[in-house]
Design a protein around this ligand. Structure first.
Ligand code: S6P
Ligand code: ZN
Length: 188
C-alpha cells in the first residue's frame, strides 16, 4: 500500500487479455481433450501438444470461499476435430445452484447450455454479447470462427466444477459444421 492509501489494481483487463502478478494461467492441450469429441480418431490426428484453449484467471480468495468472486478470460484456438469445432470441456458447478456470467470478447462462437433434464440449447456469442448462465445449467463454449474466440467469465468462488457428469454423459447436442455453417445437432 502506498502512503496515501491508494493502491494499484488487482490486475489489468486490457486488449482482451487478463494480466497481472496475481493472474493464474492454465492451458488445455489437444491431447488433454480426449472423450469430448465424437471423432476420437480426428482428435488423434491433430498435434497433441498444441494449445486447444488457455484460461487466465484472477482468483482473489481461496476456492470454496463463500461470497467471493472469480474472473477469467478463456481463449479457444480455431481447430476442427472432424466436423466439430474446438470447444471447452464444459461443466456443471459442483455447488450446483451457482450461476455465472459469460461475455464475448473476440471472435465468434456458441454457448452450449444444458439443464439437468438434459435439454440443450445454444446462444450466439460475439464481441460485446452478455450471457447469464443460471445455476444447474451446464455450459460449454464452442469456437465457430476461423480465429481465436475469447470470452470473459465471472463466477462464485464456491461454485467449483463438476466435470465428471459431462465426461460420463456428455451434452445432449453437438455443434457441427454443416455446409460451412455451425449447426446444433441433437444427439439423443
Ligand atoms: C469457470 C468458467 C471458465 C471455464 C473455462 C474453461 O466456472 O466457466 O473459467 O473454466 O472457460 O472451460 P472448462 O469447461 O474447461 O472449465
Ligand atoms: Zn462455470
Amino acid at each position: 500500500m502506498t502512503r496515501n492509501g491508494i493502491t494499484m489494481p488487482d490486475a489489468l483487463f486490457t486488449e482482451g487479455r487478463l494480466v497481472g502478478e496475481q493472474v493464474e494461467n492454465s492451458i488445455r492441450t489437444i491431447g488433454g481433450l480426449t472423450g469430448i469429441f465424437e471423432d476420437e480418431e480426428a482428435l488423434k490426428r491433430l498435434p497433441q501438444e498444441a494449445l486447444a484453449y488457455e484460461v487466465a484467471s484472477l482468483l482473489p480468495v481461496g476456492e470454496g470461499t463463500s461470497g467471493g468472486l472469480y474472473f477469467g478470460v478463456t481463449r479457444i484456438h480455431p481447430w476442427m476435430v472432424g466436423d466439430e469445432y474446438m470447444m471447452t470441456k464444459g461443466h456443471f458447478h459442483a455447488n450446483a445452484d451457482r450461476a455465472e456470467f459469460y461475455w464475448g470478447i473476440d471472435g465468434e462462437g456458441l454457448l452450449l447450455l444444458m439443464d439437468e433434464n438434459r435439454k440443450c440449447w445454444a446462444e450466439r456469442v460475439f464481441p460485446g454479447s452478455l450471457h447469464y448462465i443460471p445455476g444447474r445449467v451446464a455450459h460449454r463454449m464452442v469456437n465457430t470462427g476461423n480465429e481465436i474466440f475469447s470470452f470473459g467469465a465471472c463466477w462464485s468462488s464456491d461454485a467449483g466444477h463438476d466435470y465428471a457428469s459431462i465426461a460420463t454423459h456428455g451434452f445432449s447436442a453437438r455443434v457441427k459444421q454443416v455446409n460451412g455453417k455451425p449447426q446444433l445437432i441433437k444427439t439423443e
